[in-house]
Unconditional design. Sequence first.
Length: 151
Amino acid sequence: MDLYTSIESAIKEAMLAKDKVRLQALRGIKKEFIEAKTAPGANGELSDDEALKILVKMVKQRRESARIYTEQNRPDLADGELAEVAVIEAYLPKALSTDELRVELQKIIEQTGASSPAEMGKVMGVATKALAGRADGKAISAMVRELLAAK
């Protein structure tokens, strides 16, 4: 079952359970998926890779909103955003721990043959595709820089 179909069935379950927070988050996901499917240049299909990118983007947006709400002393709004983050993250692959990320990046560095920080772009291109949805871009970048500097 693809991600789009599983979101649709989860919406039905949330409606039956009268789970308003979950329903709102799932409807938001479906809206983003539909917009991606009908965007100019799209072929009307949404691959799971594209769907994962959308979910990662949605999580980042909601975390940023929650941070802003917290800074503005609006914990009620921040809690709502973080509740949606929890629902969205359930559809993302398990995030890599720092140690797992280091191991994966060392493998990618060996594959690409990078040996200095000047070759960071070559490693980042492969790493961001290979680790999509499992690690944050900032974390990948920082660790690649650290690993290449140590060579």
